[in-house]
Design a protein around this ligand. Structure first.
Ligand code: NAP
Length: 323
């Protein structure tokens, strides 16, 4: 739904910031509970799942389901129950102890959206390597999404940095196109799930470079080489590649929250088991929360719990709670 069709005079029962699986599930639940619900998303519906080729551990789909298909369905499902959506970046949130109304500022608009309860489902963003050449070649050989850019590297060699689930899933995806994917990992063993390790190890197009880090990305006219350093021996070598795919984890992007809720040392929202934050009426779910298991199914569970808690909060402040 277009932004201009939504009135800023409305007071939503719940506003959800972030349209990944956690936020969409929260939207399905709040809308079915007949809460007046608005989801605000910065880029596109689906979050990281929307750029994941295949998801094979979301229950109910033998052989897996495409990420875009899964999150598209979630979005349509939430919409079918009445959830509204606007696109824009949440830049600031204003709360006061005197009022239950929370003000949500989007982009540079001075007029905020207003709500009684807020569900933060803002996810997190991909960590960058921070090495020379990374910024210069971003979008010109350096990529953070194999599903988006893999086909540009047909019959070429690429480096994949990281040893987690995403690095191996994306390296495996890249083997559909590339001649060789060199997976560079800083340890001598991988963090990724065993089934992905098995698949990657038995794929002829994948070569592992362990105990090593990528120090520099360079090229003549286009990206054509990277410097790799072995952390154990100190040996440095040039590796000829035409692309670099970086999958080295995530960092929270919650600056819009300021200090209105308690966060962990590494910047994630601290939640209780009901997905409540340190501030009444504000809940959080999915990858922006401090947690150990970051999976779509867990994000959906979080979203459902946050929605249930928001529902009870809203009904309580309206004097409508069914106890
Ligand atoms: P991750 O599990 O945190 O792995 C990040 C990898 O990058 C690690 O191997 C880490 O090395 C390495 N790394 C971190 N900083 C680095 C740096 N500065 N230089 C070089 N290497 C660096 O992140 P992820 O793979 O993006 O996955 C995120 C979460 O989503 C995980 O919980 C994962 O299980 C989940 N996920 C699950 C699935 C699935 O179940 N199919 C798919 C995708 C994602 P160390 O190992 O040494 O720390």
């Amino acid at each position: 739904m277009a932004d201009e069709l939504l009135s800023k005079q409305d007071i939503y029962d719940v506003i959800i910031t972030g349209g990944g699986p956690a936020g969409l599930t929260a939207g399905i639940y709040t809308s079915r509970a007949r809460l007046f619900s608005l989801l605000i998303e910065k880029l596109g519906i689906g979050g990281q799942a929307a750029i994941t080729d295949r998801i094979e551990n979301y229950p109910g789909f033998i052989g897996g389901i495409s990420g875009p298909e899964l999150v598209h369905s979630m979005g349509e499902q939430a919409k079918s129950f009445g959830m509204r959506t606007v696109f824009g970046e949440v830049t600031r949130i204003e709360v006061s102890d005197e009022s239950t109304i929370k003000k949500i500022f989007v982009n540079d608009d001075p007029e905020p959206y207003q709500c009684l309860s807020l569900i933060i489902a803002a996810g997190h963003e991909q960590r960058k390597l921070g090495v020379p050449g990374e910024k210069e070649y971003a979008g010109k050989g350096v990529s953070y999404c194999a599903t988006c850019d893999g086909a540009f590297f047909r019959d070429l060699s690429v480096a994949v940095v990281g040893g987690g689930d995403v690095a191996l899933e994306e390296a495996l995806f890249l083997t559909r196109f590339v001649k060789k994917a060199h997976v560079i990992h800083r340890r001598d063993r991988l963090r990724a799930t065993k089934i992905l390790q098995e698949r990657a190890s038995s794929n002829d197009k994948i070569e592992f470079i362990f105990d090593s880090v990528l120090d520099e990305i360079s090229g003549q006219t286009t990206l054509d080489s990277v410097k790799v350093r072995n952390l154990k021996t100190g040996e440095r070598k040039d590796l000829g590649v035409n692309g670099v795919f970086v999958f080295i984890g995530w960092i929270p992007s919650l600056s819009f929250l300021g200090d209105i809720v308690e966060k962990s040392e590494d910047g994630y929202v601290i939640v209780d088991k009901e997905m409540g934050t340190s501030r009444e009426g504000i809940f959080a779910c999915g990858d922006c929360c401090k947690k150990n298991l970051r999976q779509i199914v867990a994000a959906c569970g979080d979203g459902a719990t946050a929605a249930f808690s928001a529902q009870h909060y809203v009904e309580r402040i309206k004097g409508e709670e069914y106890v």
